[in-house]
Ligand binder design. Sequence first.
Ligand SMILES: [Zn+2]
Length: 324
Amino acid sequence: MSNINPDDITEPISGVFRIPIPVPLPLKYLYSYAIALNQDYLVLDLGMDTPQARDAWMKATQHLGLEHGRVRAVFLTHFHPDHVGLADFAADLWQAPLFMWKQELETVYRLFDESPKSLMTFFSLHGMPQDMAEYLDQERFFTQAVVHLPVNPRIQPLDPLTTWGPFQLLDQAGHTDHQLLLYWPERQLLFTGDQVLARITPNISFWPDTDPDPLASYLESLRKLQMLPVRLGLPAHEGVINDVGGRIDELIKHHNERAGRILDLLSVPRTAFETAQHLFKRNLTRSQWRFALSETLAHLEYLRVRNLATFYEVQGIGRYQAVR
Ligand SMILES: [Zn+2]
């Protein structure tokens, strides 16, 4: 089952090791970073708890010499399973403390250690077919199988007022409500997590009980990040980003174009699911429909909050329509 070789670890800039961790997702790899700081390492993000990912970390640990005492801390950018799944394994392997922003760690324990809330009402309200909604509602239990969190001690909250070593710790919304990005001003390096990726558009989703306008938060975050001098972007998926500012321009343009396309579609009333069916023409798996729906909703709510579209509910089905 060994599908990773320590030689696959790269050093895109001196002292920053980029470690591919296989994940059972279309993206194939999560890229973790081991950042050398004098005699120690800071490790950023981990992967899902699968035998292949554990194997990759065992090899990387040996290759980089990440034995006990060498890893000063593990930082987790956000609560998604491909970033946090191996938290318990890593805490045990390196005997190192793990950190996240406080709100993200509350989310991670709520979602993966407790019983996550049903989304059936939400999926049905937005027009998803019943059988797909039932399948996706069960999916929340599947992800629990690849996430194991340390209990004693738990993941710890970062102090929001401090920098850490040479890094500025950034709290960025949009992809999740509080994603941690590391900025290293002296070297002009930005560890972008899932906030800025080289090729794909990061997932910006609307869910109940989270940021009510995540697309607006995301665009605001991108504009802030664009003010930072950055010579290299180091994301958690796909290749490194040489021109972070240029990539941010593309992402902003993509979202503006999509908002325009959705407004056109809303010349007649449509559910969020119907709208998504017009935007995502490819054959999507049921899991991918989860994100197609929630991404479309992020756009629909963005338009609604700006009074460009209205939302109304009839007999348990919600529809959006453009305001003329
Ligand atoms: Zn993510």
